[in-house]
Design a protein around this ligand. Structure first.
Ligand code: AMP
Ligand code: ZN
Length: 472
């Protein structure tokens, strides 16, 4: 059956038809982190959902070109740099690095490109787009010198969020610094420089200032992926105003439909509330690792629930993730053993051969819960067949091949231990003998030799353990 996604724009499940079906090449734009602090695991729920999307499309033979931006200039990053008394780039660099490190821990596939909003070609593109919007009457410079998008001139504004703009007008809540705007819903494309911004500013035809957050994404998306994109993603909090604004700006400039499919994931919750920086109810990836869990376990915990269903984060959930992975690990071990066995009997019917059910569940709007349900049902059936000795080596091989395939999507194999080179292993053996003979001097010499080769030897209750510590 064909791939189907829930499109936020239509609020319907739609069959997936990319711009260019013959080429099977598709473009995806994902709103990336705002690097003013370390991303929390709520943010990573969004990135893991996008990772699942990309991997499943690839499993189905699509060639994905994915862009994830880095928001490295906005109110929060400027405030953070000012408070830390460091230049903006120095301030954001540490959080960018932490983001890539955490993404790797969670085995999130890297996007093809990670454009940063402050890269000069994108700033130039933002200025160019704003100029176009002014020329078309879709934007104006207000008395405060900032440039705003005129939402009343864009009839489709509100269609993504299914938002009635008259309600916006009736709230009557107008912040002091927004008096200059024609309409309360008009949003800033270019923010005129003020003292709070320090040395964060760029020249523009409207005076010194900096871009608004929304235009950053429109500029980076269209610069790298063209006027039209197949899929655009983010968390549900991105729908309004961010993605609504992206549509208005991009279509306002190009006159073409910006995005074919809008996909948004539900939030990661803590005690029923959105995990967020502002509520202070968040955990980072290192917080979870510090509790003794692995990146693989956290990946599973964030992945296992359908992306449109809110997911409550609990330590009990982490324990369940660990138990589930212990089951898959044990199952894979048994299957590998079974491939070595001489043929026993024909497998029982349900355990005979894998089917396409896992992939088909993912075709259905990435229904990972159903896909994993099928995986665990298969584990139960095949384990039973193995217990009863009704499982042959060919079946074990078929299930392992199946796992290889679905694991390109799941990426849930245990971390492989790095095996020490023969030379290091030999020295470690000699050291073991030296220690048995209580020759401590020789043991220390050997430890130094091992260390010089980039390995560390630790003495534990179970004996010596080797770990690579990299070049000295
Ligand atoms: P930000 O760095 O705030 O721009 O957020 C980066 C991404 O994380 C966006 O796609 C947000 O929608 C998403 N996000 C933020 N908080 C959560 C949460 N609690 N659960 C899921 N996604 C989130
Ligand atoms: Zn964005």
């Amino acid at each position: 059956m064909a791939l189907r996604f829930f499109n936020t724009y239509s609020r319907k499940i739609e069959e997936f038809e990319p711009r260019d079906p013959a080429a099977r090449a598709i473009s995806i734009y994902t709103c990336g982190p705002t690097v003013y602090s370390r991303a929390h695991i709520g943010n990573f729920r969004a990135y893991i959902f996008e990772d699942l999307l990309q991997r499943h499309l690839e499993l189905r033979g699509y060639k994905v070109h994915r862009v994830m931006n880095i928001t490295d200039v906005d109110d929060k990053t400027i405030r953070g740099a000012r408070e830390a008394k460091v230049p903006l780039t120095k301030f954001t660099e540490q959080f960018k690095e932490a983001f890539f490190q955490d993404a790797e821990t969670l085995r999130i596939k890297r996007a093809n490109e990670f454009p940063a909003a402050t890269d000069q070609p994108y700033i130039d593109r933002m200025i160019e787009m704003i100029g176009e919007l002014i020329a078309r009457g879709l934007a104006y410079q207000a008395d405060d010198k900032s440039v705003y998008f005129r939402i009343n001139k864009f009839p489709d504004y509100g269609k993504l969020a299914h938002f009635d703009l008259t309600q916006l007008q009736s709230t009557g809540r107008v912040k002091h610094d927004e008096y200059d705007k024609e309409h309360i819903g008009d949003f800033a494309l270019w923010k005129a420089w003020d003292e709070e911004d320090g040395d964060v500013k760029w020249d523009s035809p409207w005076g010194p200032g900096r871009p608004g957050w929304h235009i950053e994404c429109s500029a980076m998306a269209t610069a790298l992926l063209g006027d039209q994109i197949d899929i655009h993603c983010g968390g549900v909090d991105n729908i309004f105003p961010h993605h609504e604004a992206e549509i208005a700006q991009s279509e306002g400039v190009t006159g073409k439909k910006f995005v074919r499919y809008w996909l948004h994931c539900a939030h990661l919750l803590v005690d029923g509330q959105k995990m967020s920086k502002s509520l202070g109810n968040f955990y980072t990836v290192p917080d979870v690792l510090a509790k003794g869990y692995t990146g693989r376990e956290l990946r599973y915990a964030l992945l296992r629930v359908h992306y449109r269903v809110p997911l409550n984060f609990t330590w009990e959930g982490m324990k369940e993730a660990r138990e589930s992975l212990a089951r898959t690990d044990e199952w894979l071990g048994r299957l590998r053993e079974a491939t070595e066995k001489e043929n026993v009997q024909r497998p029982t019917s349900n355990a005979q051969r894998p089917t396409q059910k896992f992939e088909e569940a993912l075709d259905d709007d990435l229904n990972i819960s159903a896909a994993l349900g099928f995986l665990f049902e298969s584990i139960r059936e095949t384990n039973r067949a193995m217990d009863e000795d009704k499982f042959d080596a060919a079946s074990a091989k078929a299930w392992l091949d199946w796992w290889e395939r679905i694991n390109t999507v799941l990426d849930l194999e245990p971390d492989t231990e790095i095996v020490a080179p023969v030379e290091v292993a030999q020295l470690a053996k000699e050291r073991e003998n030296a220690r048995r003979e209580k020759n401590w001097k020789r043991s220390d010499e050997l430890r130094d030799q091992i260390s010089a080769l980039g390995w560390e030897v630790r003495d534990t209750k179970e004996g010596q353990k080797l770990a690579a510590h990299g070049p000295l």
